[in-house]
Write a protein that binds this ligand. Structure first.
Ligand SMILES: NC(=O)c1ccc[n+]([C@@H]2O[C@H](COP(=O)([O-])OP(=O)(O)OC[C@H]3O[C@@H](n4cnc5c(N)ncnc54)[C@H](OP(=O)(O)O)[C@@H]3O)[C@@H](O)[C@H]2O)c1
Length: 261
């Protein structure tokens, strides 16, 4: 089995680092015309050069997608460059404030809402017309297994990620008649810069060293390990490709067994 995105236009949010950058490389290696967004222009340019050198196509779009107008800019760029959108991966995400609800400030709540959830609405809202008109498309929302395990002090993150599950379920039914599939992938503990930051904050909240926090997190998995970012990319691409043609409205954990769906 091999995913094939030849001729497909694949839009990936949060492509400048972590899971999104791995995904952008993989989509391009499988023939996709990739449009990737983030705020870090330098990182996007480096990725674009790397993908181009490997013979792939990647258009970087500098955008703060917590602003709906910038989501429109991303979609408009993809449509201007390639005339269509076949795949949309709502991958970007911030961990947000790790605080007890009593201390959580309105602006912290709002930042997570705008970044993690409103961007999902806006990117789909602007991109879906191209899919509906052509009666084809795949949308994958990247949530988190944090929605299924105890996650104290993470109300903004978990609430916004739960919102993505709602969007997936509603749109699977709404867009199914247009041959557009909508699914969610829920990663577990994926190694990278972000995991380092999350471990740091969780350790601080518990008053324990970061190494101990990491150990606790790894022990919670039946496989006693983290998930490589490429495994998230594999599942996202499976769902976005023809291999996943019979899947819609699903939420697949790629979490080394951290939670049961
Ligand atoms: N890593 C994990 O263990 C883990 C676990 C569960 C779920 N997830 C989910 O998987 C997804 C990817 O995670 P990751 O580990 O790759 O995270 P990451 O390394 O922190 O990367 C996040 C990406 O989102 C982009 N981003 C953040 N805010 C943005 C904004 N306002 N506008 C545009 N882009 C923005 C960042 O780009 P810029 O900084 O350039 O803007 C970056 O490319 C996230 O949705 C995350 O919640 C990750």
């Amino acid at each position: 089995m091999k995913c094939d995105f030849t001729g497909k236009v694949c839009v990936v949010t949060g492509a400048s680092r972590g899971i999104g950058s791995v995904m952008a490389r993989d989509f391009a290696a499988e023939g996709g015309k990739v449009v990737g967004a983030g705020r870090n222009t330098g990182a996007l340019k480096t990725l674009a050069a790397e993908i181009k050198a490997a013979g792939g196509i990647f258009i970087p779009v500098e955008a703060d997608l917590s602003k709906m107008v910038q989501c429109k800019k991303l979609v408009d760029t993809a449509l201007k460059e390639f005339g269509q959108i076949d795949v949309l991966v709502n991958n970007l995400g911030i961990t947000g404030a790790h605080k007890p609800i009593r201390d959580l400030q309105p602006e912290e709540w709002q930042e997570a809402l705008d970044t993690n959830l409103t961007s999902v609405y806006a990117c789909i809202h602007y991109a879906v017309g191209s899919m509906m008109d052509r009666k084809t498309g795949a949308i994958v929302n990247v949530s988190s297994v944090g929605t299924k395990i105890p996650s104290p002090m993470r109300v903004p993150y978990v609430a916004t990620k739960m919102g993505m599950h709602g969007i997936t379920r509603v749109l699977a039914h709404e867009l199914g008649p247009y041959n557009i599939r909508v699914n969610t992938v829920s990663p577990g503990f994926v190694d990278g810069e972000r995991s380092d930051e999350v471990q740091e904050r969780m350790a601080k909240n518990r008053g324990i060293p970061k190494d101990e926090m990491r150990h606790i997190m790894l022990q919670a998995s039946p496989l006693r390990r983290s998930v490589p970012p490429g495994d998230i990319s594999n599942m996202v691409r499976f769902l976005a490709s023809d291999l996943g043609a019979s899947l819609t409205g699903q939420d697949i954990d790629v979490a080394a067994g951290l939670a049961f769906n």
